[in-house]
Design a protein around this ligand. Structure first.
Ligand code: ADP
Length: 409
């Protein structure tokens, strides 16, 4: 089907969630709502629909859907780690040792039960605190910390845990980051939004705002606090049950406030460096799945990155969410999500209003990478990697890295 020019009041949208911000945003766009299984132009769905229908239908050129077919390669905890490790190994084999060494932004991790033997060997070398996370769950469910191997053997018994049992729940076991950056004695992690419009060529945007999710309880590595989720897990769904939780203020801080706080403590250069490192790790995570995720021009995806910063201002990638929560827990949260999702729709560009040339900035989104952009395209601004105004020499290295990746693809 030829590219159809769609005007705003002829675009038909379908939305799986009727109570979250995305539904409000779609309504606000004045597109036409439909419940039709196939007769839609834009569909914001859960991944379940895709499993059921995607392989059996033909989509017209202009139709857009909010997940890539094998999205889980980036977003399932064990697959993410497998892909990052594989990328590192490939780079080592190709003798690109410097770039391979940059894949040091995820904590040491093993998939269980498959890598139990390897994990035990490693545990003996680096004891301390480790964290167990079920790969198929979210919002902190099923997660626990441990310090002794026999705490896992108990758990193994409990779950009738045998690798040949198809019912077995897969976990990852990961080195716990024991010295997180603390503010007011409390731990937080960052939620950063990334929109991928295409994997081949890779084209992604990073949202300038985001937030830090704090714990309510003070951080402590004391033995008696190890099992306390209010101390160690920053998930909102856990923290909202804390006795000191205040529903008016919530547990989040806008990214901008966090950045300002850090700048007053450490100076702008160091904080820019941190955000540069965050940008680089996001880009590297996307490059690690670029050749694995099935490219499909109908698909785009909004990811929620969870990043922990340690006391040395090093960012660690904890996980990537394919369906980041779009529910709003405070008015401020709602404003952030509404604005971000509205910008997502502008970038997906059903109305075909964007110029054909790559836009470096659209609303709150800045370009992270556009492998399809020609040099001429990017002349309008200092670099297609500008983010949070911290364009510097290391961004140039990042650009070289992407070029090298394109060349070797
Ligand atoms: P979920 O999908 O259940 O949210 P996450 O991997 O995001 O699982 O972990 C939940 C929370 O646990 C994180 O937001 C973070 O606060 C904490 N956490 C997870 N892994 C680590 C780790 N390796 N070191 C320190 N804290 C961690």
């Amino acid at each position: 089907m030829a590219q159809t020019k769609l005007s705003k009041n002829t675009i038909k949208f379908r939305c799986f969630w009727k109570t979250t911000t995305i539904y409000e945003v779609l309504k606000g766009r004045q597109w036409l709502e439909t419940e039709s299984e196939l007769d839609w132009d834009f569909f914001w769905s859960d991944v379940g629909w895709m499993y059921e229908f995607f392989d059996h239908i033909h989509l017209a050129d202009h139709q857009r859907f909010n997940h890539f077919r094998n999205y889980y390669e980036l977003t399932r905890k064990d697959f993410l780690i497998k892909n990052l490790k594989r990328m590192k190994k490939t780079l080592e084999k190709e003798d690109k040792l410097e770039e391979a060494a940059n894949y040091n932004f995820f904590p040491q991790t093993y998939a269980l039960p498959a890598e139990y033997g390897l994990f035990v060997e490693e545990f003996k070398k680096t004891p301390g605190v480790w964290i167990m996370k079920p790969v198929g769950k979210a919002r902190g469910r099923g997660i626990f910390l441990f310090t002794r191997l026999n705490q896992i053997s108990e758990w193994k018994k409990d779950h009738r845990w045998k690798s040949e049992n198809p019912q077995v729940e897969n976990y990852i076991v990961q080195k716990y980051i024991e010295s997180p950056y603390l503010i007011g004695g409390k731990k937080f992690d960052l939620r950063i939004y990334v929109l991928v419009l295409s994997y081949a060529p890779l084209k992604a945007y990073l949202y300038r705002s985001g937030f830090a999710r704090f714990t309510n309880a003070h951080f402590s590595m004391k033995k008696e606090d190890i099992a306390n989720k209010l101390v160690h897990l920053t998930n909102f769904s856990i923290q909202k049950h804390a006795p000191s939780y205040n529903s008016k203020t919530g547990t989040k801080w806008p990214l901008h406030n966090l950045k300002m706080y850090m700048i007053t403590k450490h100076g702008e250069a160091q904080v820019n460096e941190l955000f540069h490192d965050i940008r680089s790790l996001i880009l590297r995570s996307l490059l690690s799945v670029q050749n694995i995720i099935i490219q499909d021009k109908h698909c785009f995806e909004l990811y929620g990155y969870d990043i922990l910063v340690d006391k040395n201002l090093k960012p660690w990638l904890l996980e990537v969410n394919a369906s980041p929560s779009l529910a709003a827990d405070t008015p401020q949260d709602r404003d952030l999500k509404y604005g971000m999702l509205d910008d997502v729709l502008t970038l997906v560009d059903m109305e075909r209003r964007l110029p054909t040339q790559t836009s470096l900035q659209v609303g709150g989104f800045d370009i992270l990478v556009d492998q399809g952009a020609t040099e001429g395209n990017s002349k309008a601004a200092p670099s297609p990697f500008t983010y949070l105004g911290c364009y510097n020499d290391r961004d140039k290295q990042l650009k070289q890295m992407v070029k090298a990746q394109i060349a070797s693809a």
